[in-house]
Design a protein around this ligand. Structure first.
Ligand code: NAD
Length: 553
């Protein structure tokens, strides 16, 4: 592998129309890679950690430098192979083949445990790729914002006449994903108390408008929350503290939130979860020097944490797990009753998957926010029949400011996704946008994630652990013209608990790009509907027949 001279430098994504790669397709992947590692975007740039515990975009600094160099040399008929964040080879393929294929954190099933993975990681043989970290599709908190917003809207629709006005949500975790919670609650009119142990994370979210105020005591948080709820005002309150302790107090006290959940990085106990009674500084020491002790303390804390949620539910709150395997970890630590409340996907998002609706994101490679606003305008006009889309675009235009490459995420239905690629590609071709645009997505989509404690929890036909679908998705996307395809393990819920795939395609305005976009933006929603129809969901079956997906597409 060719080396490079980037030691100690923070390399930001290039912007503008000059490119350092041999074509826009690889330039786009280079920009996405560097964007996910941009210190404004990544949670811990020094350690190449993008988000979600220790989710990384490259295995180490040498791999990061080599990826940059390889992408700059890559021809339009070559494919770069990335193995757990390290570039390992380049092969001659075809112009329609992916420019990058990547496999991260994959272990033979019998060996897929935290212990085996940690050993391999410490030997430098693997990295944890989370979901969008290893597939270079991370765009900051905004990436998960709409899924969180949709979850909160769905709770409001089912239980509170469509609004969270006057309702209080208790949650925790202000990390890369968790920070979407307070803003999603206030966007739905509610009040959020979010518990975070790391004061610097709270300050970062206050600065970025994801959260409104910071308090130090539960009493103050409850008082402010009650006042705001009584007045029908939306408010998000960050409470510095340990979620396990705070939830236990709430379980015992008089105050009951209307909704309670949690988004600490509990999928990775050692690196993402701070046990009750342990400070941040102590956690750093214990993790390094006394791992056994740390895991012991974490086990006790997780049991108390989940037990508190079970008690809060008994007091009348709506309680659900928010994608972090908290229940599974407490269950492993000996708490038998852990699965007495549901996960968020089976409860709130699956009906949307059955409709072919799923998360899509696009990134302006120019670095020019104006490109995103121009695409917003077209969507507001062309998709104005879809109130979900227009309401969302108007919300984010008002609430979100960009950091890193300007990007937008939006849940679109089958037909909208098919049209989106064409719309953006034409705008690039006509010169309406200042540079090409990358289109990608979350891994949390119907057919792209096999995850029995999250996306595929409680499938109608019992196919929760069947992981053929994300593999089919990845193989098909690689065959159909994507610019980058990645297959990963352990995202969201941790090692041993999920297998998933990512896809990125570049709209550079060319006729070839139009063909690729048409294929790829049909495959993702199409396979999503097929997977759910196959599992026996009537709604998916109806969508399948309405869209004639039972015939060749
Ligand atoms: P992150 O590592 O960036 O942040 C986790 C946060 O939790 C940190 O700020 C940490 O300080 C805080 N924390 C840890 N223990 C705590 C405790 N006991 N009390 C209070 N705060 C504590 O992780 P993230 O990217 O925000 O992801 C959070 C979890 O959600 C992960 O398990 C991730 O895998 C999962 N996830 C959820 C979704 C979703 O759609 N809901 C999507 C992807 C990932």
């Amino acid at each position: 592998m060719r080396g490079g001279n980037h030691v100690g430098q923070t390399i930001l994504s290039p912007i503008g129309t000059d490119i350092s790669c041999k074509n826009w397709e690889t330039e786009a992947l280079l920009r996405l890679f560097l964007n996910s590692l941009d210190p404004r975007v990544a949670e811990n740039r020094q350690e190449l950690i993008v988000y979600g515990g220790r989710g990384k975009a490259a295995r180490n600094i040498e791999s990061m430098k080599a990826i940059i160099d390889e992408l700059r040399q890559l021809e339009s008929d070559q494919t770069l192979l990335i193995q757990s964040g390290k570039p390992v080879g380049i092969f001659r393929t075809f112009p329609f083949s992916p420019r990058v294929i990547s496999s991260s954190t994959m272990l033979v099933p019998k060996y897929a445990t935290d212990e085996v993975f940690s050993k391999l990681e410490s030997k430098g043989l693997m990295m944890y790729g989370q979901s969008t970290a290893a597939s270079w599709a991370y765009i900051g908190v905004q990436g998960i914002l709409q899924a969180t917003f949709e979850t909160m809207s769905e709770i409001a629709n089912r239980n509170f006449n469509g609004s969270l006005k006057g309702k209080v949500i208790l949650t925790s975790g202000l990390g890369g994903m968790g920070s979407a919670q307070p803003l999603s609650v206030t966007m739905n009119g509610g009040v959020c108390i979010v518990v975070e142990i790391d004061g610097s994370k709270i300050d970062k979210r206050l600065k970025n408008n994801y959260c409104d105020i910071k308090v130090d005591s539960l009493e103050e948080a409850i008082q402010l929350a009650k006042e705001a709820a009584e007045q029908g005002q939306s408010l998000s309150i960050a409470l510095e503290g340990n979620a396990a302790d705070v939830y236990a107090k709430v379980a015992e006290g008089e105050f009951t939130p209307d909704i309670a959940t949690d988004q600490t990085a509990a999928h990775d106990i050692l690196n993402g979860y701070i046990p009750s009674g342990v400070t941040l500084e102590q956690a750093i020491y214990l993790r390094r020097k006394r791992q056994k002790k740390y895991l012991e303390l974490a086990g006790k804390s997780l049991v108390a944490h989940v037990d508190a949620l079970v008690q809060i539910r008994k007091k009348g709150a709506i309680v659900f797990e928010y994608g972090n395997n908290l229940r599974g970890q407490a269950h492993n630590a000996g708490y038998k009753n852990a699965f007495s409340y549901p996960g968020f996907v089976s409860e709130y998002l699956r009906p949307l998957y059955c409709d072919g609706r799923g998360p899509c994101r696009w990134i302006a490679l120019s670095g020019n926010p104006g490109d995103i606003y121009k695409i917003d305008d077209v969507l507001l006009t062309k998709f104005n029949h879809d109130k979900r889309v227009s309401r969302w675009i108007q919300f984010v235009q008002e609430k979100i400011y960009f950091y890193g490459l300007p990007a937008r995420t939006c849940w679109l239905d089958f037909n909208e996704r098919r049209q989106l690629g064409n719309i953006i590609n034409n705008m690039v071709a006509n010169g309406e946008l200042s540079a090409p645009v990358a289109i990608t997505r979350d891994h949390s989509e119907g057919s792209t994630m096999a995850s029995p404690y999250r996306e595929t929890e409680g499938m109608l036909d019992g196919s929760d652990a069947v992981a053929d679908w994300p593999i089919l998705n990845g193989l098909l996307n690689a065959s159909a013209g994507s610019s980058m395809v990645s297959i990963q393990h352990g995202g969201g819920v941790g090692i041993g608990n999920s297998i998933h795939s990512g896809m990125t395609v570049v709209a550079d305005g060319s006729i070839d790009a139009a063909k690729k976009l048409s294929n790829l933006l049909t495959i993702d929603p199409g396979l999503n509907i097929i997977r759910h129809a196959d599992a026996g969901y009537e709604k998916a079956n109806q969508t399948l027949h309405r869209l004639q997906l039972n015939k060749p597409l």
